[in-house]
Every structure is written in C-alpha cells, then in structure tokens.
Design a protein around this ligand. Structure first.
Ligand SMILES: C[S@@+](CC[C@H](N)C(=O)[O-])C[C@H]1O[C@@H](n2cnc3c(N)ncnc32)[C@H](O)[C@@H]1O
Length: 305
C-alpha cells in the first residue's frame, strides 16, 4: 500500500481547509482514486521516468496516482493558493518527488520544469492534467506552438501529453477528415501531434458534477514533422477555410481571390494550380497534410489570407 494513502482523503482536505469549488477556476474535482489511477495508466508513466508536469493538482488525488508510479520528479502547477498547504504536505510525504509551483500554467516559465532534466536526458516526460476547461484550448494551442518550434519543455524528445477535455473538444481534437467534428482544432493538433482519445470519463465522477462528460486525450508530438511552415501560417489558412465551412474549396479560393491585394492574385492562382485539389471538397474534407502543404505555399510566397 502506498504511504500516501495515510494522508487525509481529498474530501477531508476540502473540509479541513474550508475549500469550495470555484467556477472561475473551472474546478471540477475527481475524488475517486480508481479513476485517477486509470488516467495515469493511460499516460503510461513508468517508474524512473524523468518528469511529470501536472496542470492544476487541486486537492491532489491525480497527483497521488502520479507519485505512486515511482516517477523521479513531479512538478505540479496550481493557481489556487488555498491548496498550497495540503500540497506541501503531499510534497513532504513524497520525499520531495513532488514540487509545487503556485501560479498560472499559461505563464509559467518552462525553465522551472527543465531544471529537473539532465542535458542529455532521453527519458520520457509527461504533461498531464484534468484541465481547467476554461483554459484547456488556449493551453493546448500554446503547447502546440511550442512543440512546433521545439521550445520550452518541447525542446526535449519523448514527450507525451495526457489531458482531460470536455468530450466535445476531445472529439474535435481527434476528428479525422470528412467526419462531423472535423474543424480547425483537429487540423492544428494533428499537424503537430499524433492524437488519440484514450478514456471516456462520465460527468458523475466530478465534484461538482458538470453538465457534460469528459474524455482523456493522448497527444504525442510527431517524430517526422508534417508542418513545414510556421504554425501561425497554418492557423491563418485553416481559420480562413473553416470560417466558410459550407463553401467548396473552389468558392473559398474565389472569395480569397476577390478579397486579396492585386499583387497577390497571380500568386494565389499559381498556388491553386499547383495544389491540384478536388475543387468540390469542403474544408472538413481537406486532409491535415493538404492544409500543411497549403500553409507552406502561402508562407513561401508571402501570401496572407
Ligand atoms: C478540473 S480541476 C482538477 C483538479 C484536480 N487535478 C482533480 O483532478 O481533481 C482544475 C484545477 O486547475 C486549477 N487551475 C485553474 N486555472 C489554472 C491555471 N491557469 N493554472 C494552473 N492551475 C489552474 C484549478 O484551481 C483546479 O485545481
């Protein structure tokens, strides 16, 4: 039995410190360790893996499941200072495997994670979290951008993200082309990562219970990059196409042509000819590779949407 099991239960922590869930921090807690153990098993964390970064540990049940794997370092970033006392107790009990940072994950300097890795470390790194739903998509976009530029923690190889999203967002992240949930987010994610939905979590496991179910998604940066332009070009191109979701590719190119500066019009026609796409496709039928190809051409020719 884990020595952490001697610590107060999460519900008792909430009572002891008089903590109530705050909606503005998207606090929907999981108190059932069987569920958090399952999330951790989906992450594939192994004993002696170098580092797990957890977003928003809150009362720390998922954190306990992570520590129980025997990983060398866990860095947990929590914005709500009301959890600091119980998390430092957990840190002590973990023999300092757990390091707690009070702050906002969106602005946390990744040097605070990198300090726990050796220069030549090739071991697995995990980013994990029952994400606060109000920052889940902006955080994912930030990490995709960093992964595409190999900056921050993404300068290291062998990173896996195991992240909980609202079910509808998880469906959009993993949606294949020509499926109903396909959108700009699917293209952005799949241009940088391999994405799989690995665990469906019913709303009843959360306290307070949200209106919708959630799902855990596993994301692994591609070893052979598909994106050959800055991710911002892909962002711009895919946004333009998905803003006219019902239009065919031909109609979208025509609209773009009409809106463009006259200097760019010949370049656009050249791009269109080289693409050799089915003009009757709609944005959801365009593959991620095709969007990346388009973004590269736009970037190289200096054309903006
Ligand atoms: C959905 S709860 C999950 C809590 C806990 N991991 C669990 O599974 O029970 C989200 C957690 O993220 C924290 N949080 C919200 N916004 C944050 C931010 N910008 N940076 C870091 N933590 C944040 C909340 O305070 C809360 O503890």
């Amino acid at each position: 039995m884990s020595k952490l099991s001697k610590l107060p239960k999460a519900r008792d922590i909430m009572k002891m410190y008089g903590i109530r869930a705050q909606e503005n921090l998207s606090q929907n807690f999981i108190f059932d360790k069987n569920v958090t153990d399952k999330i951790v098993s989906k992450a594939g964390i192994k004993q002696n893996d170098s580092l797990v970064v957890e977003v928003g540990p809150g009362p720390g049940i998922l954190t306990r499941s992570i520590i129980d794997t025997g990983v060398k370092n866990v860095v947990a970033v929590e914005k709500d200072k009301r959890f600091m006392s119980s998390l430092s107790l957990l840190s002590k009990e973990s023999d300092d495997v757990l390091k707690v940072l009070e702050g906002d994950i969106l602005t946390t300097d990744h040097k605070q994670f990198l300090q726990y890795l050796k220069e030549a470390d090739q071991e697995a790194i995990h980013l994990i979290g029952n994400l606060p739903f109000n920052i889940a998509t902006p955080l994912l976009m930030q990490w995709l951008s960093m992964a595409s530029k190999k900056s921050g923690i993404f300068s290291k190889p062998n990173i896996t993200m195991t992240l909980m999203f609202q079910m509808e967002v998880a469906d959009r992240i993993v949606a294949a082309k020509s499926t109903p949930s396909r959108c700009r987010l699917s293209v952005m994610v799949q241009s940088v990562c391999e994405a799989k939905r690995v665990y469906q979590v019913p709303s009843k496991v959360f306290i307070p219970k949200p209106d919708i179910n959630a799902a855990v998604v596993s994301l692994k940066p591609l070893t052979e990059p598909m994106l050959q332009s800055p991710i911002e070009s892909l962002e711009q191109v895919s946004r333009y196409f998905f803003n006219q979701k019902r239009k065919t590719v031909r109609a979208t190119f025509k609209k773009l042509h009409d809106e463009m500066h006259s200097l760019h019009k010949p370049l656009l026609l050249e791009i269109q000819e080289n693409l050799n796409w089915n003009a009757l496709m709609r944005p959801q039928d365009i593959s991620t590779e095709q969007f990346c190809q388009l973004a590269k051409m736009f970037h190289e020719k200096g054309v903006v949407c």
